[in-house]
Design a binder for this molecule. Sequence first.
Ligand SMILES: [Mg+2]
Length: 262
Amino acid sequence: MNEPADSTDILADFFRLSRQKNRFVLMLDYDGTLSPFTPDRDNAKPYPEIMNLVNDINKKENHRVVIISGRSISLLKKLIGSEYKLELWGSHGYERINRNGKSSIAEIDENSRKNLEEIKHLLENKEEFKGLTETKPVGVVLHWRGQGREIQKKIGTFIEKKIRKLTENTELLIHNIDNGIEIKHGRLNKGDAVKSIISEENVEDTSFVYLGDDLTDEDAFEAVNVVGLSVLVRNEFRPTIAQTWIKPPEELFHFLRKWSLQ
Ligand SMILES: [Mg+2]
């Protein structure tokens, strides 16, 4: 949608249809969705009490809750709290851990793996980018939230001069994200994670919803739009293919409480 839609009718219609199903799959992004943005990314804690609510839903029969994030699973677990036994898909779906702790990671081709290691090495050793680099199993991110324009420019120049050529003839891609740049293996995205989750369910009898805020969530919105509802969770509206828009945290809490009553 290019204009903010009135979410009231869309959500009312959705919940009316959803209640006719016997299984409920809630898919959530983490940063900006379950947690407010902070320049201190390593300490991006969830909104107070929200994980208890998510966890209560997770424990309900006929419910499945999945957090799908660009972050690595190890970092995600640290932020969410290890007391919650949730299904997590990390690194845009390359890593996966189920509720019982069984984990798996998607394989990447040798050429991409080798060049990604070199890119990580270059960025981690760049003094000016200290504290801005987040390394992941299949990618690396440079964050400039809370930084000046100067550093943003420097990152852009460094990417073009030193990094871009290392992504050529590989499956590595350079993506713009909210307030940063991500270099990652490009075969899988959040949309693939959503498609995999959907394929594991009986679509006819299941209600699906995906909530997210970032540009990387657009793939997930597209995938869930085929079978369920996509919700943009954001304080300011932006053009999106999500079907509706809510503001965190109040409207998000409201949505989740309603979802938990099914
Ligand atoms: Mg996000």
